[in-house]
Design a protein around this ligand. Structure first.
Ligand code: GDP
Length: 363
């Protein structure tokens, strides 16, 4: 399963956010009692309003969201790339994730100590980004040293070295590896290095409850920075999310209304991270259950059937499919069939976001 790692300086609200993510998943899905896989890894339900509508249409007994994983990566401090504060261990944890959620503190609170003495989101974000960049630089230097021995004889080594040289020069100017345009071949050859700044990133500005609706100047700073990098920025309040866990449904609505928002930012963050990972959703629906399944953009019908079970992929014959919107418009499967809207698709069909699928297969 693809994972997103939550990073940021100490005391910016990472753990509060992580705990809210996991607690929410637990509340939503009683049939997944072990949402915390390890102390710092949590499986989280991906919120999707379409599920309820499909569930109603099919009068399903059960509704099962799809899931993704978040990892709370604590302990990243200035100097981490030089081994400061167990730095290398945490950097290694980041190497294993597929995307980065960078939490930046955009709330003032004298009771919560700031590691650098003041709230300054641009500086904070830069401290973290530079540490990630330093770690990549040392990784690249080591790799290029090894390649040097081969460049005279190997074209592959020359090719890789040239790509790394370009990345290195961007990193040396304080940039990120993801800013370097690489061909598919180049991207493939440098992938095993697991460069941290090559991973897709999303910024989460953590604000106090009063600023959740309107944001503040700190958020604008981070948004500007994110836009410059071509990254998305989501406003959240980890504290609000932590408080919501304690409340019943009616109280939740009251509390959020009082703040002038419809949610604490958690839902938006999960959805944005899911997209960032290049993930898509298709549905299966019937009386027994309506369920969301995750696939990667570009997958064909047999491959997406394999998400349910490998036997489905192996024995795939064809799929009956209809876009979610179309099915709702028809009102029922029977009506969709009458109208001729249900399509029969073969092995080469590239599944689209929001497709409702029914697979026919040999076992
Ligand atoms: P981490 O070190 O980044 O994991 O930070 P924590 O989640 O442990 O949070 C550090 C402290 O900041 C805790 O005391 C939290 O209750 C507090 N905190 C987190 N988010 C907010 C927020 O949005 N507003 C305020 N005032 N405090 C927060």
């Amino acid at each position: 399963m693809l994972k997103a790692g939550i990073v940021g300086l100490p005391n910016v609200g990472k753990s509060t956010l992580f705990n809210a993510l996991v607690a929410n998943a637990q509340a939503q899905a009683a049939n997944f009692p072990f949402c915390t896989i390890e102390p710092n890894v949590g499986s989280v339900a991906v919120p999707d309003e379409r599920l309820q509508l499909l569930c109603d249409l099919s009068k399903s007994k059960e509704m099962i969201p799809t899931r993704m994983e978040f990892v709370d990566i604590a302990g990243l401090v200035k100097g981490a790339s030089e081994g400061e504060g167990l730095g290398n261990k945490f950097l290694a944890n980041i190497r294993e994730v597929d995307a980065i959620v960078h939490v930046v503190r955009c709330f003032e609170d004298e009771d919560v100590i700031h590691v650098s003495g003041s709230v300054d989101p641009s500086r904070d974000a830069e401290v973290i980004n530079l540490e990630l960049g330093f770690a990549d630089l040392s990784q690249i230097e080591k790799r290029r040293l090894r390649l040097k021995k081969q460049t005279r004889t190997s074209n592959d080594a020359q090719f890789e070295d040239a790509a790394l040289e370009r990345i290195q020069s961007v990193l040396e100017q304080g940039g990120a590896a993801r800013a370097v345009e690489l061909s598919d071949e180049e991207a493939k050859i440098i992938k095993p290095l697991g460069l941290l700044t090559a991973k897709p990133i999303i910024y989460a500005t953590n604000v106090s409850e009063d600023d959740l609706a309107g944001g503040n100047a700190y958020c604008e700073e981070v948004t500007t920075l994110a836009t410059r990098e071509g990254a998305e920025c989501v406003r959240i309040s980890a504290q609000v999310e932590a408080e919501l866990i304690e409340l019943g449904e009616a109280e939740r609505i009251d509390y959020l209304e009082g703040l002038g928002v419809s949610e604490g930012g958690l839902k938006s963050l999960i959805k944005a991270t899911y997209r960032l990972l290049g993930l898509r959703t298709y549905f299966t629906t019937g009386e027994k259950e309506t369920r969301a399944w995750t696939f990667k953009a570009g997958m064909t019908a047999p491959q997406t059937a394999g998400v349910i079970h490998t036997d489905f992929e192996r024995g795939f014959i064809r799929a009956q499919t209809i876009a979610y919107q179309k099915l709702l418009e028809a009102g029922s499967f029977a009506e969709a069939r009458n109208k001729g809207w249900l399509r029969s698709e073969g092995k080469d069909y590239v599944v689209e976001e929001g497709d409702v699928m029914e697979f026919l297969f040999n076992v």
